[in-house]
Write a new protein. Sequence first.
Length: 196
Amino acid sequence: MTYRTILLFGAPGSGKGTQGKIIGKIPGYFHFACGDAFRNLRITDPLGKTFIDYSAKGLLVPDEPTIELWRKNIQASTLNGTFDPVNDTLVLDGIPRNVNQARILQDTLDVKAVIHLACQDMNKMIERLQRRALRENRLDDANLAIIRQRLEAYEQETKPVLDFYGPALCHTVNSTQRQIHVLRDILNILVHVEKE
Ligand code: ADP
């Protein structure tokens, strides 16, 4: 089984989650945010504990349990009918997050586009993350040193994923625009990809 897939790509604080949730409301699109799947785990779940250990340091969770969590969630959503793999487009947010994950998922994902929410202004992203810390109760957003570590992990480990998929699939959207304009640009890309 391969899934028709759009990847939402961008640094922490670039707005992937906000946009992903909106796109997931469009009939025919199913949004999966890997960070949300981790946060939905129970603290008594061994992977929940692993997640806290890594995310509290601003590090990525190891690949194998991450991919396993992804598979389980997609299977559960397929079984409960919220995701129809035959007709729906999967919108992935936060996965694959490094080249190894992209390789593991290569045979499973039929990637139609990578939408890169790009933000050149590091301070703006830090500001967004800090605002989110209290509003969404995210401890990993509360500490400046951890935010910097996550942005570093993004630069070192996640950005190379763009090269893995190559320029033909990658679309850049300026994420410093107002949200409605970011959404417009993403929708234009989706409409274009639909036609192909
Ligand atoms: P953000 O993109 O704002 O940093 P996420 O909610 O996507 O936040 O992720 C929060 C944390 O969850 C990450 O810092 C990381 O520890 C973990 N995580 C999420 N997705 C993955 C993934 N695909 N691989 C490894 N770790 C992940």
